[in-house]
Ligand binder design. Structure first.
Ligand SMILES: [Zn+2]
Length: 583
């Protein structure tokens, strides 16, 4: 087995030779990375190699992509692949295709080559490292055939880095055992779903209760001292320290409909593994670890935002208990059906005393493309965006599309279209500010009628409340201006206002130190999505760590993906964080 010391101390030529076969027929990558030695960790080496490729010219990147064989292509059949590629394609079962599958893959290879001009690249051993099925490979192939060429080239390069990562693990004899355990747990939890076809786990359903029970069982196995399910269904595990103070952590286990496996759950499972390792070593920290699996964050079944973390900070509104889901079941009844008390007194008792806690940290999948596009496994959150949401309606006059001259129209949809373009430009002009019209509708519109009404949603977010409010004021002023000029009227109904939750500087710095200790470069980014940490922020200092999502960072989607290696780094970062915490 190779060691990092050997590579760090080798001549430049020896370094390149040591990494032979990591990147297919492309020694220039190792040649350029050699100057960045010494590498503190294997993760640092992986990031440095990826960086060389990211900074290379497009022609060099295409050369790297084209150095790869087709999947189950002619070279594979002729036995003309490198040893590494043969091993990977064999493991993925690509050498044992049925005639139909083989024919399908040949056609996909031909179509893909015709569209992009390079071979389709997929790390066939997948995010877990044990391999995609042939059906998954074919489905991925078909999906990516429709991608934009620039995005597809970037995805091919990321797949190449994943291939290199697995090859390096093999070379170094390294196995991301904690990450694999996390991955397997996430897969196991995903078996509990409200629906059969996709993962959906909404509040207080039988699948949701099953997940809670599974988490509790695993927490006991991990060696937590106390494990319980509280009055709103949060799963709470405590690993005692030598003093009464505790670090609070966790994330949610409910999901959106057609969800991914890692959203929320990653942030429960990672600290569970940290506790398991402490327990195995018979170690106690000077502070306790309290891990909460929040029962509700996604606001899918009941209109009660963050009901679980609200209960923990004492902000659960008892009026929510009377709110109903789409079947008319009240929150109170749903809680009782799930074996939860659902009484205001029991819920009020969940409020934590901030004096007993050091702070709150949350690990979460990024749910965006930033880390994936930078080839970085971890990122440090600076702030959770504040937001304002509205539903709006612009009213004009529905009149004949043929007879009404352009200058005499009151077109509601054209007015909203102007607003959308303004919001897009206004948000793009400022860093870390975003504006989205996600819903747009011309009620009972028709081809030959000028839109008399247009309904829309508006979602505005920013890292600071000041930036959010400035964006909000500008967009609303523009709407008034557009309607005035076009002879339209409008209504704008606020549906949500949430303040930004900047990370606590001390806790953010602790995450930064933890990531740096793993040999990784620091990348700070805001969280565009809301998280439990946003609520806990009202009670305790908080900071979040983001983990790269694969497939361009897609989330709230079955394609959501985290590699076992990145999950491993997330657990290790958590371990670093608590090791360096002196209280
Ligand atoms: Zn989440």
């Amino acid at each position: 087995m190779m060691t990092l010391d050997q590579l760090n101390n080798a001549s430049a030529a020896g370094f390149v030779k040591g990494l032979d076969g990591t990147y297919e027929h492309s020694p220039w990558i190792a040649e350029r990375a050699a100057a960045s030695r010494p590498f503190a960790t294997l993760a640092a080496l992986k990031v440095a190699l990826a960086r060389v490729v990211r900074e290379a010219t497009v022609d060099e990147q295409l050369g790297l992509i084209r150095a790869h064989p087709e999947l189950a292509g002619k070279a594979a059949v002729a036995g003309a692949l490198t040893a590494e590629s043969t091993n990977e394609q064999q493991k993925a079962g690509l050498t044992a295709c049925t005639p139909q599958e083989f024919e399908k893959l040949q056609r996909l290879n031909a179509d893909y080559n015709a569209r992009f001009g390079w071979p389709f690249i997929l790390a066939v051993r997948g995010p877990r490292g044990t391999g995609f099925t042939r059906a998954e490979i074919i489905a991925t192939f078909e999906r990516r055939l429709r991608a934009h060429p620039d995005l597809e080239r970037a995805e091919c390069l990321r797949q190449i880095h994943r291939i290199a990562e697995i090859r390096l693990n093999d070379k170094f004899g390294v196995k991301p055992a904690l990450g694999e355990q996390l991955w397997d747990w996430a897969a196991e939890l995903a078996r509990h779903s409200d629906t059969e076809d996709f993962l959906t786990c909404t509040y207080a359903t039988p699948a949701h209760t099953a997940v809670a029970q599974q988490l509790m069982a695993w927490m006991r196995d991990c060696g937590f001292d106390e494990v319980s399910r509280d009055a709103v269904g949060n799963v709470v595990g405590v690993y005692n320290g030598t003093t009464g103070k505790r670090l609070l952590t966790g994330s949610h286990f409910d999901t959106v409909r057609r969800a991914g496996r890692f959203d929320g759950r990653l942030g429960i499972l990672a600290p569970m593994l940290v506790v398991r390792e402490l327990h195995r070593q018979g170690r106690r920290l000077p502070f306790g670890l309290e891990v909460i699996g929040f029962s509700e964050e996604e606001c899918q079944r009941f209109p009660a935002d963050f009901l679980a973390s609200s209960a923990v900070i004492g902000a659960f509104d008892a009026a929510w208990l009377d709110r109903t889901d789409t079947d008319g079941i009240t929150l109170r009844d749903a809680m009782q059906a799930a074996g939860l008390p659902g009484t205001p007194a029991a819920i009020a008792a969940l409020k934590r005393d901030p004096a007993r806690y050091l702070g709150f940290v949350e690990v979460h999948i990024e749910q965006g493309p930033v880390l994936d596009s930078l080839d970085l496994p971890l990122g440090i959150v600076t702030s959770i965006n504040g937001s304002r949401r509205y539903t709006g309606e612009v009213v004009g006059l529905a009149s004949h599309a043929g007879t009404t001259p352009m200058g005499q129209r009151r077109d509601a949809a054209a007015g909203v279209a102007e607003l959308i373009l303004f919001a897009e430009q206004r948000a793009a002009a400022v860093p870390d500010v975003v504006a989205t019209v996600g819903m747009l509708e011309v009620p009972s519109g028709s081809t030959n009628v000028i839109p008399g009404r247009c309904r829309f949603s508006l979602d505005l977010r920013a890292t600071t409340d000041t930036a959010r409010d400035a964006l909000d004021a500008d967009v609303r002023a523009k709407l008034a201006d557009i309607c005035e000029r076009r002879g339209l009227s409008f209504t704008l109904q606020p549906t949500l206002a949430a303040n930004a939750a900047p990370s606590d500087p001390t806790w953010q710095a602790r995450w930064e130190a933890a990531v740096a200790a793993l040999g990784l470069p620091l990348h700070r980014l805001p969280s565009g999505a809301g998280h439990d940490a946003m609520k806990i922020h009202e009670l305790l200092p908080q900071a979040m760590l983001f983990v790269r999502g694969g497939n361009g960072g897609i989330s709230h989607n079955p394609l959501e993906s985290v590699t076992a290696d990145d999950a491993q780094l997330a657990v290790e970062a958590f371990q670093q964080l608590i090791e360096s915490l002196h209280v």
